[in-house]
Design a protein around this ligand. Structure first.
Ligand code: ZN
Length: 151
């Protein structure tokens, strides 16, 4: 169980890490109802509204909610095993670094409708990186204060 209350109230980026033991099909018609195979997935998002990262991630982790974003369909069907937060960071930098570390994009367009730079904001970690410890370069990248994409 992730303690959302302990998350930062500042604006910034976050990564939700999901592990799927078995394939799951998501009822997202606009993405052709994609099926995700077993593996570890990371959704990169950002929160700039009131309550910052804490408010947004609390919503993501709440079991009962009306599906509004693509990620809501995944979070309703998969267990979130970890949350990492990057106050002041950008979700696009997280995606970029995970891809550079060998992750791939299982569903083009997932979570990135508003982003011109990324193929998706959901990646599947490489087979050798399944322990929920997401790519080493991530924190470095967000601290560089990249501001391209997504805004
Ligand atoms: Zn992006």
């Amino acid at each position: 169980m992730i303690a959302a209350d302990a998350l930062p109230g500042e604006a910034g980026a976050y990564a939700l890490i999901f592990r799927l033991a078995a394939p799951v099909t998501l009822p997202i018609a606009t993405l052709n109802n994609p099926t995700l195979g077993a593996g570890t997935y990371v959704y990169a998002g950002s929160a700039f509204g009131p309550g910052g990262i804490r408010a947004r991630v609390s919503r993501h982790l709440r079991a009962k909610k009306k599906a509004h974003w693509h990620i809501d369909h995944l979070s309703a069907r998969a267990i979130c095993i970890d949350v990492q937060t990057y106050p002041g960071g950008r979700e696009c930098a997280l995606v970029e670094n995970m891809l550079a570390a060998g992750a791939d994009v299982p569903v083009p367009g997932f979570g990135s409708s508003d982003c011109r730079g990324c193929q998706a904001h959901l990646v599947r970690l490489a087979a050798g990186n399944q322990n929920g410890n997401i790519a080493d370069g991530i924190e470095r990248a967000t601290k560089q204060g990249k501001s391209d994409g997504c805004r």
